[in-house]
Design a protein around this ligand. Sequence first.
Ligand code: PHE
Ligand code: ZN
Length: 878
Amino acid sequence: MSENKPAAIYLKDYRVPDFLIDRTELVFDLDDSVTVVTSKLHMRRNPSAGRITTPLVLDGGEDVKLIGVAIDNYTLPAEEYHINAEHQLVITATPDQFLLTVETVIEPQNNTRLEGLYRSSGMFCTQCEAEGFRHITYYLDRPDVMSIFTTTLIADGEKYPTLLSNGNEVERGVSDEGKTIVTWHDPHPKPAYLFALVAGNLQHISDTFTTSSGRDVTLKIFTEPHNIDKVDYAMGALKRSMKWDEDVYGREYDLDIFMIVAVDDFNMGAMENKGLNIFNSSCLLARPDTTTDDAYLRIEAIVAHEYFHNWSGNRVTCRDWFQLSLKEGFTVFRDQSFSEDLHSETVKRVEDVSFLRTAQFAEDAGPMAHPIRPASYIEISNFYTLTVYEKGSEVVRMIHTLLGAEGFRKGSDLYFSRHDGQAVTCDDFVKAMEDANGVDLTQFKRWYSQAGTPRVQVTDEYDEQAQTYTLNFSQMTPATPGQPTKLPVVIPVKMGLIGQDGSSLRFNLAGETTTETVITLTQGEESVVFEQVAERPVPSLLRGFSAPVKLSYDYTTEQLALLLAHDSDGFNRWNSGQQIAVNELQALIAQVQSGESLNQESALVSGFSQLLADEQLDSAMVALILTLPSVAYLSELAEQIDPQAIKTARDHLKGQIAKALSESFASTYERLNVQEAYQPNEAQIARRALKNVALSYWVASGDEQAQQALVNQFRNADNMTDQYAALATAVDQDLEVADELLASFYEQWQQESLVVNKWLTLSASQTSAEGLGRIERLMQHPSFDLKNPNKLRAVFAGLTQNVTLFHDASGAGYRFLADQIAVLDKRNPQIASRLCTPLTRWRKMVPSLSDPMKSALQQLAAGDLSKDVYEVVSKSLA
Ligand code: PHE
Ligand code: ZN
């Protein structure tokens, strides 16, 4: 481990800033070798800091070269300032109010971390969240310092005709040397993490949106010229987002222009910089022949997410980074609700919950478990997590469920009006919800401070004489690192009762007769008695997944089948089908592990057969129900993870269902395999989803004709959804033709970088004789680029999904990943740190894999690590 162990930062140590920056004037002289940044900060002591003799300490980075510092018109001599070990600029004495001028030099072309100002395929761009701005110039780089920014860009107008920053363009001219000079002004005070600039040779499309109060806003989306044919869909998504935020939250856009720029090299998905969102091109560009249905929906959701941040994040921002979920949890909730409103609510909910239960629950059960508002961190970049985002969204959703849509809207209105222009905390958010509704959410707030996924156990009794039905609940949250004991949390359980014939039973609760209710659990143990219940019911619990918990009730397969067929709640219909599959798969996994021959009975056969026969059902829901729980989800559920046994069991069950229903899958495929002009709309997406699930089963049945259909679909598809589905099935089912199809896919799409990423993932996930040599070859392939996070993610996603290769008992797969992380850590610590996730699961692996996985981590720990990787590795081994 590195000698200087990086220190943790604690929420309890928060102090208001000693200085404020009222206005920030930046001048960037952009050049291919060095960029000169001149910063003029209009500063004063913070009256609420109460400390009057502190030095001025500005954040900086090792990659920032200081040229000179002046206060007002006085150039500071060397003895009046210094740079400390944390790369901060320390100025010993300052007046109460002053103009600080700082000149720095940076080299964006050598910036491989992709934080601060860097180059991506010929353009300059920035990424400042969370602490990237300090890699541009010295600053109070913390979200509670909000300033009005004016930014001037100076660049060669031939090479960089597009010069953008936040706010409105206010001036344009030419310098003495003939360079283009453009000045932007953003009237809204903002923290430095929302600053952005872009300089490049870009094309754009334009549109306008008229706000509810009648103002016209100009909308522009910029890309490199070769991608300009892929931005129309995002523009439509942006307009839908603007309208929805007005309709549902009463939030209007607040500048005259809104811009989005696509860049190829980006650590994350996208960034909500004020008035100038910057997107990973993979989250923005769409065209039917290169983009799958899933990607279309994801692009729409991300465009919405970043746009919604304009209020939930920018107008009202975070006081400190411990409050990250204040903006992220809330904004994810907003984008999920948007997609639910525009498309199928149930389908969207199923997808979001699947993701949460697979990935966030695993995080909550591992060494990096943390509450949605963490109490400490070493490197904040490590806390852009599924917990802060997805669980954070679930916590906001629970408030919505508890208060109802109207109460929630009253709360959000109060939150936005009370805190407009401020940097606030999660407590402030909850307080606004409380005040607007006259409720007390004190206990509810435990969701913000306790990590781990609560477990809820449910038992029941029916009294036929009295016609009463009792549900007994008990809850407990398992220990997580640093939190050995937990208190009971508030858990809203939305539920109903189902009769033997599948109908929704009426019941009386607290004097009210109804068929659906929300029970709010608050105790370790409690019981609820339902009256006037006409027969022994089957309970339908946690409808719509009304709380992020693991709920268990001992259902029989027949009861689950009843819910699957009849529950009025679509989410629970799906969930019941999944539960049947999970039960069967867990039994099969045990059989694989003990070397028994595998069971040949499955209740799913008759259930699926009925689904396939009923053409009236929503195809999208049928496709979801037919999809067996993933290896990743089954791993999360396992007490000890045996990836090979899980995969064997899953392949077995899939093959068994496929063989039993081969003809139904074939006819479903034929029925849905129709030609129509591609549209990413509801009906078509649903049809393609079911068609391609049917194809994968039909192929899994071993039918020769299915393979022929697959090859035809691959060759004749006019859209990426169908072409990719065929290819992915060929690879997944290990068909002989897979190599040929992969090669022809690359041949066809080698010019389309985003499509090549799909090829990289599938190639890396393919079972092949080459072993890890295959991965090495992919990383040497001309299409691979170590600078590009999407390429790295593509290959490593393929590798880690490749059960046979990655989880080889020799530990070679784990060592390979550890070696790659160590190398990458020198270039891009954020990406290196994220790649560690699969290795953090070592304690949950079966003993034969646990040891080699742990040694791979130890091998990493022995090297000289960034703060990012150090935090993950040291916490994983602790
Ligand atoms: N704030 C961005 C988002 O959600 C995520 C992000 C974080 C992007 C850090 C870049 C760097 O929406
Ligand atoms: Zn966000």
